[in-house]
Design a protein around this ligand. Structure first.
Ligand code: AMP
Ligand code: MG
Length: 400
């Protein structure tokens, strides 16, 4: 059994070694949100393309402000979308609006609120540093410079940048296909009314949503009974995808056949058990050239192990930069003790209290309790060595 950090490193190493090379397609910007860029993007010109005023006021020569107050002559106007074609001489200024280019000769903008205007005369009461209230040409990006790297996941900011540099369409990696195979004789389709001793197939439905949000295309492969032959057939079907996710049947129970069947198919196991709670029986490996995860079937275990290991794996398979798992920090509302030797992930809520993030556990009945997870907005992360935590301690949380 490995520690959480080691397990994540193994997933990263194995997937990086395999050097996934997804297919590439060209898509318009309204279809790329959440997708992974398959090419580097370079600035088509300087950004900004000219020295740009960032205040409404007067463009002037900062050297003219050595004796104060300075009296300057207004000789023209520049508004956004236009430029003033002349060259500013000593003692001159032009009225300028936010977004307009500075004229030649000018090197700063004084804010309209700070001057006294008298006809054509403008009185400036204070000095300005060169380029005060101006963003210099090329300071955001120089023409030809890289603005986005291959492997970048595209969200609103990146998509806005693509539009700014004139990329109306871009090369995008195809999403990895992710097969989802729930197992268990007690599991019935969501549409079916369960007998009192059965449960609905919530795992596959939650996994579908998680896969889609992680940048994969989910594909459901039925429900496997706890019976080796059918399980084997469905596993082979699932291996047509780029990644196979199994849920349930990975522990050591009498009817847990997942590891046995994968073994018979010649699987290599890279992880068999992680020191986490929930999710300890997790397995990860490769069979017939495809990676697989066997996620423990308890709904909370499935949910957490997906977030910890499968989400980063899907990113790598999809050509994205490895993002790992980012924990944020919050203050613990109440003292907490544990002596399990495991890294615990417990459904919790983090909320802002007097400006600081504070985390408190939600009531839950253990790893089967989806009601608890749905009431949570994060998981409180407690490491094996953190056996005694006091109220107010800074702790890690995993946002979900
Ligand atoms: P297992 O990992 O197969 O021992 O399953 C552990 C628990 O998770 C059992 O209580 C199962 O009923 C439950 N479980 C397994 N698969 C699913 C599923 N697809 N949807 C909801 N609950 C499940
Ligand atoms: Mg089972």
């Amino acid at each position: 059994m490995v520690r959480f950090e080691q397990a994540l490193a193994i997933v990263k190493e194995r997937l990086s070694e395999a050097k996934p090379s997804p297919a590439v397609e060209v898509l318009p910007l309204d279809r790329v949100r959440g997708r992974v860029l398959a090419e580097g993007i370079f600035a088509d010109r300087d950004y900004p393309p000219f020295h740009r005023a960032i205040r409404d006021g007067y463009a002037l020569r900062s050297a003219d402000l050595s004796a104060l107050p300075a009296i300057l002559q207004r000789v023209g106007q520049a508004r956004a979308g236009e430029h003033w074609a002349g060259t500013l001489g000593p003692g001159q200024c032009i009225e300028i609006m936010t977004g307009a280019p500075l004229p030649d000769g000018a090197d700063a903008v004084v804010m309209i609120e700070h001057v006294n205007e008298r006809g054509q005369e403008v009185e400036v009461p204070h000095a300005l540093r060169p380029f005060e209230n101006v963003v210099r040409k090329g300071s955001e990006a120089a023409s030809g410079g890289r603005v986005l790297s291959r492997g970048r996941c595209l969200n609103a900011a990146e998509i806005g940048l693509l539009a700014a540099v004139g990329q109306a369409q871009v090369k995008i990696f195809a999403e990895p296909r992710v097969a989802i195979l729930p197992t268990g004789d007690e599991v019935v389709p969501v549409e079916q009314r369960p007998e009192w001793f059965q449960v609905r197939n919530s795992n596959a439905v939650a996994l579908c949503a998680q896969v889609a949000s992680a940048g994969g295309t989910p594909r459901l492969v039925g429900i496997a009974p706890d019976q080796p032959e059918t399980l084997r057939r469905l596993i082979l079907e699932g291996l047509e995808a780029d990644l196979l996710l199994l849920s349930g049947g990975v522990s050591v129970g009498k009817y847990d056949f997942v590891r046995q069947v994968l073994n018979e198919l010649g699987a290599e196991f890279y992880i068999q058990g992680v020191a986490i709670r929930p999710g300890k029986p997790l397995v990860f490996g490769r069979v017939r050239e495809k990676f697989f995860f066997g996620l423990p079937g308890n709904p909370v275990s499935t949910f957490v192990t997906f977030e910890l290991f499968v989400r980063p794996a899907i990113a790598l398979l999809g050509g994205a930069e490895f993002a790992g798992v980012t924990f944020l920090r919050a203050r613990l509302a109440r003292p907490f003790q544990q002596k399990t030797g495991l890294t615990a992930f417990m459904p919790a809520r983090v909320e802002s209290e007097e400006g600081a993030p504070v985390v408190r556990l939600v009531g839950w009945q253990g790893s089967g309790d989806l009601v608890g997870v749905a009431a949570a907005n994060c998981f409180l992360v407690v490491r094996p060595e953190q056996t005694e935590l006091a109220a107010g301690d800074w702790v890690d949380v995993l946002k979900n």
